[in-house]
Design a protein around this ligand. Structure first.
Ligand SMILES: Cc1cc2nc3c(=O)[nH]c(=O)nc-3n(C[C@H](O)[C@H](O)[C@H](O)COP(=O)(O)OP(=O)(O)OC[C@H]3O[C@@H](n4cnc5c(N)ncnc54)[C@H](O)[C@@H]3O)c2cc1C
Length: 458
């Protein structure tokens, strides 16, 4: 066994593992990343083909944490941050066979929009005076119904939840899934009061870093992965590792795995897992099954992501971020992003790049459809929603069985179990999107915090 004191082993070289490794390496720590696939990056991957630069996983992030802003600042010489085109701010919602713009905060759209019922528009006026909810496990659907009304749930929150979680608002627990929304009601008495107070706080204390901008990296999110990988050093990232397993030692851990035909064993003082709940039982066989059950039973939304590229765009005007489709509209897809409208150089001049999302918690069967079936569904849906009748010049299908962890009723028990396991086995950290949020910003924030914790201890 290769024995090195104070080694930190990170399992999983997605954005969480890479960010953590970057900060540990920067602090001079002995860090080793162990990855199952043949490349680092996890679900983030950008490909360039035939004049199109498309993402196969996440397309955008939101600059909603200082930690993410700091990371971009650190990497600025290797990776340029790209803010979404201001002309692509609008969000469309599909209703009665056409796109309607989701009202923004500063216009009369909220009054005139056909998305919401008159009754709910009037209800919104009284939102500030509605009492606080008292049930900590209230779902997003229950909370929105109670404070705003059914049409706002159906035509704003349901599609938003599809866009973020590929989830179901009736299953997501607000305090876990949308903690900022939950806090608006709990801390300020309502969404309107809370939003006004938050805006005032923001102006007063403005951390200019947390801009809430939608972003990518110039050339795609892969550039962020490449920059992190380069800083960490390839010698510290082992890819194509199979049967990764940790065991406890009297002090620290032993991590074993196979790679090509060789078996490897490393000792480590810290082991940080960033993998999904479904991978943990084989990775941590020493954790009793009764505890492990609360991690492996994490619900995941399956997602099929389809990149569709057109060299000569003839469909509707792409003047928005994209469009989301409420469940009530009973279509086969969850939504469409317009990456070529949001970012530069994603398609040939005069063309378009779309990113279509399908499946999710409400339509998991999409994951099991053949490529031919997926292609047909996408073409049919794009004809109706985007008025495009030509075949795309590029069509790439990517399936994720475990795309997005759901912060549902099982989450509280999961978080509690993670706390217990970490106390039982000092030096073991269970990270990744099984806790602390699922977005890019959440992942970087979690990694930065774990890095500080380890650096302070070692
Ligand atoms: C299709 C899709 C679209 C998304 N869109 C967005 C978006 O637009 N905006 C946004 O903010 N977020 C989005 N997300 C969420 C996004 O996944 C996260 O923000 C982030 O990229 C996840 O990083 P991670 O490192 O935690 O996990 P991952 O990227 O999943 O990385 C985990 C790594 O662990 C490895 N691994 C797993 N098991 C083992 C094992 N036993 N041994 C060794 N290695 C193992 C995996 O191969 C993987 O490389 C999207 C996710 C998906 C799937």
């Amino acid at each position: 066994m290769q024995n090195t004191e104070n080694r930190i082993i990170i399992i999983g070289a997605g954005l969480t593992g890479l960010t953590l490794a970057y900060y540990l390496k920067k602090a001079g720590k002995n860090v080793l990343l162990i990855e199952k696939k043949d490349r680092p990056g996890g679900v983030i991957q950008t490909n360039t083909e035939n004049g199109f630069t498309y993402e196969t996983g996440p397309s955008t992030g939101v600059l909603s944490s200082e930690e993410l802003a700091d990371l971009f600042e650190e990497l600025k010489n290797d990776c340029s941050y790209e803010v979404a085109n201001p002309t692509a701010k609008k969000r469309y919602i599909w209703k009665n066979m056409k796109w309607e713009a989701l009202p923004g905060g500063h216009d009369f759209g909220a009054v005139t929009t056909p998305l919401f019922s008159l009754k709910d528009k009037l209800r919104v006026l009284g939102e500030a005076f509605r009492p606080k909810g008292g049930h900590p496990d209230e779902t997003v659907a229950e909370l929105v119904n109670r404070r705003l009304g059914k049409s706002i749930l159906d035509y704003a929150v349901d599609p938003f939840v599809s866009g973020v979680y590929a989830g179901d608002p009736a299953q997501l627990i607000t305090r876990h899934a949308l903690p900022k929304l939950y806090a608006l009601e709990q801390n300020y008495g309502g969404f309107i009061r809370g939003s006004i107070a938050k805006h005032r706080e923001y102006i007063k204390n403005a951390t200019p870093k947390v801009t809430k901008d939608v972003f990518s990296a110039e050339g795609g999110l892969q550039k962020l992965i490449d920059a992190l990988t380069q800083k960490i050093g390839n010698e510290n990232i082992l890819t194509s590792c199979e049967n990764v397993k940790a065991e406890t030692l009297p002090v620290g851990f032993k991590v074993s795995f196979s790679r090509d035909t060789e078996e490897y064993n490393f000792s480590a003082q810290w082991v940080v897992s960033t993998v999904g709940g479904y991978s943990l039982a084989s990775l941590l066989p020493f954790v009793p099954p009764a505890q492990m059950h609360h991690l492996t039973n994490t619900t995941y939304a399956p997602v099929v992501q389809v990149a569709a590229g057109y060299k000569n765009w003839t469909g509707i005007k792409l003047d928005a971020f994209g469009g989301l489709i409420p469940t009530k509209e009973k279509r086969q897809i969850l939504g469409i992003l317009f990456p070529s409208a949001i970012f530069k150089n994603r398609c040939p001049e005069g063309g378009a790049l779309l990113s279509v999302f399908m499946g999710g918690i409400k339509k998991p069967e999409m994951f099991y459809k053949s490529d031919e079936e997926i292609k047909q569904i996408v073409l049919d849906e794009l004809k109706i929603t985007m008025n495009v009748h030509a075949e795309p010049n590029l069509l790439k299908i990517h399936r994720y069985r475990h795309a997005i962890a759901q912060y549902d009723i099982k989450s509280a028990q999961r978080f509690e179990t993670i706390r217990h396991i970490q106390q039982q086995y000092p030096g073991l950290i269970l990270a990744g999107s099984i806790r602390d949020g699922i977005g890019i910003s959440d992942r970087v924030k979690q990694a930065a915090h774990i890095a500080s914790e380890i650096i302070q201890t070692l």
